[in-house]
Design a protein around this ligand. Structure first.
Ligand SMILES: NC(=O)c1ccc[n+]([C@@H]2O[C@H](COP(=O)([O-])OP(=O)(O)OC[C@H]3O[C@@H](n4cnc5c(N)ncnc54)[C@H](O)[C@@H]3O)[C@@H](O)[C@H]2O)c1
Length: 339
């Protein structure tokens, strides 16, 4: 992205991708499939799309080109990328889509029967060394791997909406997934500017589990009359949420002090119940004097130099984010109609 005086004035062309995969098939050209298709095509990967029927596929391709043009007009996508998006091919069905590609990205609706059918057809028709991934948000990857012929080449690759801009992608191996497949998928995602994390196959993986824990507490705050939805959203985005583009809960708690966290959790547990009991691992670290950055170690360890750099980086990035947020409108009253 190119910025002048805080204004976005354009983007650099990202079509520099070389190596694996040269070609990818997107199965299911809806919200996620189209976003991923734009992202891969913009990066320089040959993309082929298919949806439930040839007509839906043709409509999806037209939508894909329209939105890429819209993104270019808004200076979010380099003009040079439009041609590559226009060159995205379509296929009438799964078999026609996957025959010669290196990567198959399954993004059909979250229906286990449909995933079984699609993953079965993909793996039957694809070349033997084609890697097949599912974008499922919630279905266990282990179960899905059973629908794939040669499941060593299958894993979860969970993107977030909107996929063109959200950097994080969860990569979820099944028991059978070959290590080389995980390495290849991770290296590829990094090569197109994403920030993959390899996570386990628990319910909701990591992101949806944490996001939903936050959501449930937010709804409870409203139901208990502590704050309106607008006020909760303001608190989340402007208080601790302000840190989240840069730091996760472990670095944040290390910077705050784990002894402080333990004390606060004890108060929350007394007032709100056992779900706020401080975890054993936190209590052990506090007992050992590992209190976070101030003691040189907490959940993570820090040399003096790293600690100073972290705090300086934090302040620099927070100041830059404040600048970006200065025109952020207040949370609208339009969302007042709640349950
Ligand atoms: N929407 C999100 O925010 C989001 C985020 C992360 C992951 N996901 C996951 O991604 C997957 C797709 O979600 P989505 O939101 O893009 O859904 P969507 O409904 O927008 O798109 C699904 C597409 O699959 C097509 N489809 C249906 N049957 C098909 C078939 N037999 N063959 C080929 N295509 C078929 C549909 O016509 C549709 O275009 C789901 O597993 C979902 O859980 C969604």
């Amino acid at each position: 992205m190119l910025w002048i005086c805080g204004e976005l004035v354009g983007v650099e062309d990202q079509g520099t991708h070389r190596g694996w995969p040269e070609g990818a098939a997107i199965i299911g050209a809806g919200t996620m499939g189209l976003g991923v298709a734009e992202c891969l095509a913009a990066a320089g990967i040959a993309v082929r799309l298919t949806d439930a029927t040839p007509e839906l596929t043709r409509e999806a391709k037209a939508r894909l080109v329209d939105r890429a043009r819209g993104h270019a007009a808004a200076r979010l996508l380099a003009d040079e990328a439009i041609g590559r998006v226009e060159a995205v091919e379509t296929a009438d069905d799964v078999v026609g889509a996957v025959g010669d590609v290196d990567l198959v990205f399954e993004a059909v609706p979250e229906d286990i029967g449909l995933k079984e059918e699609i993953l079965g057809s993909c793996s039957g028709a694809a070349l033997q060394d084609t890697i097949i991934v599912s974008n499922t948000s919630s279905l266990p990857i282990e179960g899905l791997s059973e629908f794939v012929e040669d499941p060593g080449r299958f894993c979860g690759m969970h993107w977030f909406n909107p996929p063109e801009w959200t950097p994080g992608v969860e990569v979820i191996p099944a028991a059978a997934t070959e290590g080389e497949v995980v390495e290849r998928v991770v290296a590829f995602l990094r090569s197109i500017g994403k920030r993959p994390a390899v996570v386990g196959d628990g319910p909701g993986f990591v992101a949806n589990r944490i996001q939903n824990a936050l959501f449930l507490e937010a709804v409870r705050c409203v139901e208990e009359g502590l704050a309106s939805p607008q006020e909760v959203d303001e608190v989340v985005r402007s208080c601790f949420g302000f840190r989240l583009p840069f730091f996760g809960p472990f670095q944040i708690s290390d910077m705050a002090g784990l002894d402080v966290y333990e004390n606060v959790l004890d108060v929350l547990r007394d007032g709100l119940g056992e779900r706020f009991e401080a975890p054993e691992s936190l209590r052990r670290l506090v007992e050992q004097g590992r209190l976070g950055t101030k003691s040189g170690a907490g959940f993570l360890t820090y040399t003096d130099e790293e600690r100073q750099r972290l705090l300086l980086e934090r302040d620099r990035r927070y100041a830059a984010l404040n600048e970006l947020l200065k025109d952020l409108p207040p949370i609208g009253a339009g969302s007042e109609d709640g349950p």
